[in-house]
Design a protein around this ligand. Structure first.
Ligand code: NAP
Length: 287
């Protein structure tokens, strides 16, 4: 049981965590902080929060666990504001979609509190934002990757592992660097492709007609382009080096397809598409 949970950034990820912990009877009190008062008031109204504060220092006072669930670019500012107010027993975690940049900034700011810091990333989400987007089942059977540092206390890691398990999540451990490499390929790159495709088509003169005729495939492929632009701006900046390499490789793939189309090379097209289909079918399943 977490006696007091402090959530800094009460949006999709933070509010879903609060709701899941409440449903599991794993938290007693949830206090929130954010910049927008009406979002926090809504959080109390819909049962995500018990209360909220107008400063980070007040929010984290006497908390057992602090969850930092703001966009990556705001993590440093939040760490700086919570650092003087945290007691030594409190466990701090985050949910950022890239981990190397969070560990780097935490290391500079948290100092001795790095012992109590357990970086994390739930591999779950939707394209929606804000407190009302949250739902209790978001983490059921979903992976949460924890990337404790060499400084992290074992008991702090255990607290965060148990917190996520209470939400129905499956825990995996890796390093921040490995996390960022893998997530760049499976999540960050696909978001870039979706944003680029929608951007490209919206620049066409007849784009309204194009979007009107959008089929299921187009909707599936581009759903994630409705994700929060601030969040994805920050992910790009945080994991830029790895992401740029993958985007360049992707451009080469497109060049290969373009060349095969231009030269009407049916065999090459069949080879490329056949290989992609069998890879996907065997690795992800035919769904
Ligand atoms: P969200 O719904 O937009 O929530 C973020 C919350 O942070 C907002 O409610 C915002 O509230 C608050 N916030 C923003 N800047 C702040 C600041 N400077 N100080 C204090 N609060 C601030 O976003 P989310 O989807 O929950 O994402 C939160 C984190 O989870 C991000 O780091 C993201 O990388 C990570 N994540 C997201 C997903 C996903 O699919 N969405 C999945 C896994 C991890 P105010 O505007 O009221 O301040």
């Amino acid at each position: 049981m977490i006696e007091k949970l402090a959530i800094i950034g009460v949006g999709l990820i933070g509010s879903s965590l609060a709701l899941a912990l409440r449903e599991a009877n794993a938290v007693n009190r949830v206090t929130g902080f954010g910049r927008n008062r009406s979002n926090l008031e809504k959080g109390v109204e819909i049962g995500v929060l018990d209360d909220f504060e107008t400063s980070i220092a007040e929010t984290v006072k006497d908390a057992d666990v602090i969850v930092v669930a703001v966009p990556l670019g705001a993590m440093g500012q939040v760490f700086a504001e919570l650092q003087p107010a945290v007691n030594e027993r409190t466990v701090i975690t985050d949910v950022g979609s890239a981990k190397g940049s969070v560990v780097e900034v935490a290391d500079k700011i948290l100092g001795p509190l790095m012992r109590r810091f357990v970086p994390g990333h739930p591999i779950a989400g939707t394209e929606k934002s804000g407190v009302e987007a949250g739902f209790a089942s978001l983490y059921q059977n979903r992976r949460v990757i924890l990337t404790p540092t060499e400084a992290t206390d074992e008991d702090a890691t255990e607290v965060i592992e148990n917190m996520w398990k209470s939400c129905g999540a499956v825990i995996e451990y890796t390093t921040a660097q490995h996390h960022d490499k893998v997530l760049a390929a499976t999540s960050h790159l696909p978001h870039m492709l979706a944003y680029a495709l929608v951007h490209q088509l919206s620049n066409l003169n007849d784009h309204e007609e194009i979007f009107r005729y959008a089929s299921g495939g187009f909707r599936d492929f581009t759903r994630i382009a409705s994700s929060d632009p601030v969040m994805w701006r920050d992910v790009c900046i945080a994991n830029g080096d790895v992401l740029v390499k993958l985007i360049e490789q992707y451009q080469q793939e497109l060049n290969q397809i373009t060349a095969a189309i231009k030269s009407e090379d049916a065999d090459e097209l069949l080879r490329l598409f056949g290989r992609a289909k069998s890879e996907r079918d065997s690795l992800i399943g035919n769904c």
